[in-house]
Design a protein around this ligand. Sequence first.
Ligand SMILES: [Fe+2]
Length: 320
Amino acid sequence: MKPFRGVPVWSLEDAGDRHLEVVHPSDLTIARARNVIERDGLLLVRGTPFNDAARTFSRLSEEYGIADSYALQMQYVAYSMKDRRAVDDVAVTVNDRGPLQIIQPHSEGDSTSQLDLFGLYCVNPAMSGGENILSLIDQRADHSNLRAKEKAILGAELSADDVAQLREDHLDARVVLAHCPSICRILKQTSAGQVVVRTVPLEKARSALTGELYATYWDNVTVHDHAFHRHQFELLRHLALLHGPAATDYRPFMHVEDDSPWGPADSDSGSLEQTSSLFRCHVLLKLQAGDLLVFHNRAWTHAVNNWPVHEQRQLLAMYA
Ligand SMILES: [Fe+2]
């Protein structure tokens, strides 16, 4: 498949074992799954019932010591999200989106709530469109332009009660600051202080799967950054996959959730060339019903193409 801005774009047919391993359910072992995931490959289990897919993901999360995170996300956090629904307490629906919207590359979770393992299960692919693009992050790339949006509690001489009151509904606001020069948004205000969203440089963090440090393009790094939306749009146009009227502007295709604290999209980390240089390769996949795709969330971003408005597409996500 033709490279995009110098970065290889692989498909199911030509990705090779290095990037993608397709496994029949009867040949799947946890050791084999771990081997693929830990060498930054994509594991595609083809034709597996949903219950078996969830069991596989659960066993992997136990292997990696992140079963508590899996349970917390599927059995608790999912119930608090406006755009997702829990499925049997083992998976969640993917976010609803508007007609013809595309999803920019992102790793699941954010820098204040880091996840390690990600899985997608396909219940019903759209007949046309809805392709996933998996992109391998270049760990040696220059990440200095990237910023994570994070919550913080802001106020002078806050008492423990003040902090507790501010943190209600914002448990991910872990840092308490007296001053903040990079406020993007105020989420909450009391007489004592504020919960704010601020930007911080992207920092590498350690993976529970490999023990290595990774730069990860979390949702709170890419969803507010026009560069990633532009990149996804141009990549899809390059691959002639985009649905809808012919367009040259990525902005009508952007999806930013109303309730996301990381919105609005108000940053731009650089040109198409700069964003392209952040990735080592892309893998284009059209999942089939019964497919389970699992990979190391710290190493890969996932993104989605759009589909015609009459299509129904149902994918479920699992993460820990
Ligand atoms: Fe996602």
